[in-house]
Design a protein around this ligand. Structure first.
Ligand SMILES: NC(=O)c1ccc[n+]([C@@H]2O[C@H](COP(=O)([O-])OP(=O)(O)OC[C@H]3O[C@@H](n4cnc5c(N)ncnc54)[C@H](OP(=O)(O)O)[C@@H]3O)[C@@H](O)[C@H]2O)c1
Length: 257
């Protein structure tokens, strides 16, 4: 039996757009309130105005800056008067063949996707401990496990594989505190994720990907990821969705390059 999310408070990192915004809207539709984190204040303001300021509160922070995260989480807990969970969703990728990897982009992916998840968990644990049915959800990617996702995402996929391994230990460590831990592994859906990618690197990645096979999975919407998070958060005390993979299930010919 599912537990109500009504009046609960969840932090969603990367909550200003894409999956994060869809997750936030899905939780608010079920009566929860959300604290949103992302780096750009204007994106957060837009998300808060879409959701409504009674139910959403934004704090601009970079998940890779460990010292900022605790203060941001404290301020969200103080704003709403409670905290019931954290959805570690902020993430980014920069495609490139291994030989051409740019050091700054490698570091940014490791810092945001893996270390950001670690730092946010560290900041959330003391604020969640002792709660009624506290939860942590870490967003991975199908690319951590499936080799037919887009090519030239080796670093990105590795950071998500690291998130998955980290999440397994976290789940065991937090059992005595009754904090449920879930790894959610989504496949592709259309968001602004590829904004800022180098056009040449995209072209090379797409060519290698097309070369590897003719068809791709398509058709998933961000709302399906939002619903999967709400399902995981709705489990009763003593039960946690361990690993949930949700992927599109329609085969479409890949574009030719
Ligand atoms: N889209 C897909 O097909 C897909 C598939 C599998 C998994 N995922 C995963 O799903 C998550 C969300 O992806 P998305 O597609 O929704 O991406 P998106 O549309 O680019 O949104 C990313 C969000 O993360 C925030 N963000 C990025 N770096 C951050 C940082 N260092 N600190 C705080 N916030 C940061 C962004 O806001 P700012 O730029 O303002 O910081 C934005 O709110 C990611 O972890 C991604 O790896 C996506």
């Amino acid at each position: 039996m599912s537990t109500e999310l009504k009046d609960k408070v969840y932090i969603v990192t990367g909550g200003s757009k894409g999956f994060g915004l869809a997750i936030a809207k899905s939780l608010v539709a079920r009566g929860a309130r959300v604290g949103l984190l992302s780096r750009n204040q204007s994106g957060l303001d837009q998300a808060v105005s879409e959701i409504g300021s009674d139910h959403a509160y934004g704090v601009a922070s970079d998940v890779a800056h460990r010292e900022d995260i605790s203060a941001a989480f404290e301020s969200i807990k103080q704003h709403f008067g409670r905290l019931d969970g954290l959805v570690n969703n902020a993430g980014m990728a920069r495609p490139n063949a291994v030989e051409n990897l740019v050091e700054a982009e490698v570091l940014m992916q490791v810092q945001t996707n893996f270390l950001g998840t670690v730092f946010c968990c560290q900041a959330a644990i003391p604020l969640l401990r002792g709660g009624e049915n506290p939860r942590i959800i870490n967003i991975s990617s199908a690319s951590a496990h499936h080799y037919d996702e887009m090519s030239h995402l080796s670093i990105y996929a590795s950071t998500k594989a690291a998130v998955e391994r980290f999440t397994r230990d976290l789940r065991v460590e937090l059992q005595d505190d009754n904090i449920g831990v879930t790894c959610l592994r989504p496949g592709a859906a259309w968001t602004s994720f590829a904004e800022g990618w180098d056009a040449g690197a995209i072209q090379a990645g797409m060519e290698a990907w097309a070369h590897a096979g003719t068809y791709m999975d398509t058709g998933m919407e961000v709302e399906q990821v939002g619903d999967a998070v709400a399902y995981s958060l709705s489990q009763p005390v003593g039960v946690a969705v361990d690993l949930l993979e949700i992927r599109p299930n329609v085969l479409t010919p890949k574009a030719q390059f």
